[in-house]
Design a protein around this ligand. Structure first.
Ligand SMILES: NC(=O)c1ccc[n+]([C@@H]2O[C@H](COP(=O)([O-])OP(=O)(O)OC[C@H]3O[C@@H](n4cnc5c(N)ncnc54)[C@H](O)[C@@H]3O)[C@@H](O)[C@H]2O)c1
Length: 258
């Protein structure tokens, strides 16, 4: 079977919802044992049940990726028993506002989850991965390479996610660790639904269509489409790929504008 992950152990942060949920289900359906690191354990438990119902293996861990102690405890508990083959740094939060509208506490909150959270996970997992190689994927965003209006702190954080990928890919090449990032444009997840509900309660359908059209292809992406790309990058079929960012964006980066 292509994209076979049998006998592989994967950690997916933020695996209880949206893109992380789809990645957890997809990696598990290809044979990986999936450890979900989540702030919201109740949603992670639901994903674990769904994976078990389809005959796969998964466990949920209560973990705030912004806390190095939390991450270390969870990683040590896994790494002490089995090799860690795959790390998907997916947990992330949004923030809206240009630099003037970004308060210090908002900047810090986004930094702690989206930047330090990625560092915490890579820092803890690498010593285990060095033994026999592995794969790391950072969930960046198109915001890492092109500006999106009114997303100062978020863009900062995704730029860091992208460049941490370059650094780790270079430093750990000789250990057989491949590191890549995925940069989605808008993907239809609870993240997007929550944004529309909170900011446009009276015209959320209209705004949904507007957001869909910002991708030249005319729609938002689906979590499963991102998960299938992640599956490929995690598999041995992608063993020639490291140090690369993969936009999955309906043409957003290259085809917007005349
Ligand atoms: N949806 C999009 O349009 C889009 C586009 C580009 C990039 N992304 C990125 O993809 C990733 C997933 O996005 P999504 O749309 O699936 O989001 P989502 O809100 O549906 O899911 C994110 C999950 O991460 C968890 N999480 C948040 N903070 C955490 C923390 N500190 N510790 C552990 N878990 C935490 C949440 O509980 C949630 O279950 C994010 O990094 C996001 O920035 C999303």
């Amino acid at each position: 079977m292509k994209f076979d992950l049998k006998n592989k152990t994967a950690i997916v942060t933020g695996g209880g919802s949206g893109i992380g949920r789809a990645i957890s289900m997809t990696l598990a359906s290809h044979g990986a044992t999936v450890h979900i690191f989540e702030l919201k354990t109740e949603v992670a438990d639901e994903v674990v049940k769904e994976i078990e119902a389809m005959g796969g293996k998964a466990l949920s861990h209560s973990c705030n990726v912004a806390s190095q102690a939390d991450v270390r405890n969870c990683v040590t508990a896994i790494g002490g028993k089995e090799a860690i083959d795959i790390l998907i740094n997916n947990a992330g939060i949004a923030h809206i506002g240009n630099v003037e509208k970004t308060a210090e506490e908002d900047f810090d909150r986004v930094y702690h989850v989206n930047v330090k959270g990625v560092y915490n996970c890579i820092h803890s997992v690498i010593p285990y991965m060095k033994e026999k190689g592995g794969v790391i994927i950072n969930m960046a965003s198109i915001a890492a390479t092109v500006g999106i209006n009114d997303r100062f702190a978020y863009s900062m954080s995704k730029g860091a996610s992208l460049t941490m990928m370059y650094s780790v890919a270079k430093d750990y090449l000789s250990y057989g660790i491949r590191c890549n990032s995925i940069s989605p444009a808008r993907i239809h997840t609870p993240f997007v639904d929550g944004y529309l509900k909170n900011n446009f309660p009276d015209n959320s359908d209209e705004k949904f269509e507007e957001l869909s059209r910002t991708q030249p292809i005319g729609r938002m992406g689906k979590p499963q489409e991102v998960a299938d790309l992640a599956l490929y990058l995690c598999s041995d079929e992608a063993s020639f790929i490291t140090g690369t960012d993969f936009p999955i964006d309906g043409g957003f980066i290259r085809l917007n504008g005349d």
